[in-house]
Design a protein around this ligand. Structure first.
Ligand code: NAP
Ligand code: BGC
Ligand code: ZN
Length: 355
């Protein structure tokens, strides 16, 4: 079968031939339909994030997948069920984080991530997975099922941000999403369509005309250009935000978020930057935190419950949003196009097969 893999240092993915995997007891064989691409995949390809499985010289890419159960292999799943796999797996059998259902909270060394760190991913014609990591989705969502994983990322981040405000009666009205990449724009859609924020803003650094700005505005949100209004000036230019969701990976935004928050607000940090030393006014930011009851939470990955919530969220998103967000789905003959980034690209996926 064909798979899409990257070798460390190659800087670009290639098509490789691999045997169709044999499911172990407890695993099902899944025929892959589509696999999405995000900023993390680009980090993996560039070599700034993740790594190959121990003893291997390449990594099969892909962590945002949807497929169909081909061989249930006695797992209790039914052949033909459309499923989305979760990302994390225990490195050696199991551990307390996987046992308790919170693999997303596991520290380094206690997990691998399929397609990202230490385990082959889903960009292959067939994959196997323990049934416990396969989340069934309605058949009519199969086309968009590769969006369940990234939506689940925001389900988790917003759950944790909300939990950080649960000690009082928090009634958020405004949200600022930093970043107009695929994660940022999905989150803008969720803020408007799912979470019901009264006012949503999205920060980017693009000139008009631009499809991401069009989507932001069609969703009823406000575009903020970071070249004119830096994050630290947003509160003065617009309003202090109840929720800030950072999805740029631009490290200064983590600290500027504190200034963009309204009193009692919470920032969720999602980006995964490289090392970058710079100066901040630590005293001012410390004071802001304390005197205005602000909170910041970091959030990575997501667990099965977030995937299940994401299925409902996906079902509730208007089709026009999905059609505008997904700018390209490419078959194996032209898979390279799914990894090309320009100002007309928002979300791409590779199609391995149709349902
Ligand atoms: P992406 O496609 O690379 O999007 C990042 C966006 O941020 C781009 O649109 C970029 O704009 C914008 N941006 C960067 N610096 C900016 C600045 N200074 N001002 C305004 N806009 C800026 O990545 P993604 O897939 O959406 O993911 C976003 C981040 O979250 C990445 O760091 C990714 O690794 C991370 N991530 C984390 C998790 C998690 O579990 N924590 C999950 C998924 C992704 P241009 O396109 O104009 O350059
Ligand atoms: C994936 C997460 C993963 C994170 C860090 C994200 O792009 O969606 O599942 O935990 O990257 O590797
Ligand atoms: Zn991802």
């Amino acid at each position: 079968m064909k798979a899409i893999a990257v070798e460390p240092g190659a800087g670009e993915p290639t098509l490789v031939e691999r045997p169709i995997p044999d499911p172990e007891p407890g695993e099902a064989l899944v025929r892959v339909l589509r696999v999405g691409v995000d900023g993390t995949d680009h980090g993996v390809i560039e070599g700034s994030h993740g790594g190959v499985p121990d003893g291997d010289d390449h990594l099969v890419l892909g962590h945002e997948a949807v497929g169909v159960v081909e061989d249930p292999n006695g797992t209790g799943l039914e052949a033909g069920t459309v499923v989305v796999p979760t990302v994390r797996r225990p490195p050696n059998g199991t551990n307390e984080y996987f046992e308790s259902g919170y693999p997303d909270m596991a520290p380094d060394g206690e997990y691998t991530e399929r397609g990202i760190a230490g385990a082959h991913g889903f960009m292959a014609e067939y994959v196997t997975s323990p049934a416990a990591y396969l989340v069934p989705i309605p058949r009519d969502l199969a086309e968009w099922g590769f969006l369940v994983e990234p939506i689940s990322i925001t389900e988790k981040a917003v759950e944790h941000a909300t939990a950080a405000r649960s000690a009082f009666d928090w009634d958020p009205e405004s949200a600022l999403v930093l970043g107009n990449g695929s994660l940022g724009l999905l989150t803008v859609a969720m803020c408007q369509e799912t979470f019901g924020f009264e006012r949503t803003y999205c920060l980017g650094r693009r000139d008009r005309p631009d499809p991401t700005i069009d989507l932001i505005e069609e969703l009823g949100a406000t575009y903020v250009d970071s070249r004119e209004t830096p994050v630290s000036a947003v509160a003065d230019a617009y309003e202090g935000m109840d929720l800030v969701y950072e999805a740029t990976g631009y490290a200064k935004h983590a600290f500027e978020t504190i200034e963009a928050l309204a009193p009692n607000g919470v920032g969720a940090l999602l980006g995964v930057p490289g090392d970058w030393a710079f100066e901040i006014d630590g005293g001012r930011l410390h004071r802001e935190f304390v005197l205005h009851n602000k909170a910041l939470v970091g959030s990575v990955n997501s667990h099965r419950g977030h995937f299940e919530a994401a299925v409902d969220t996906l079902a509730g998103l208007p089709t026009w949003v999905l059609e505008d967000l997904v700018t390209g789905v490419y078959d194996l003959e032209s898979f390279e196009a799914a990894f090309t980034r320009d100002d007309t690209t928002i979300k791409t996926a590779v199609e391995f097969d149709r349902i």
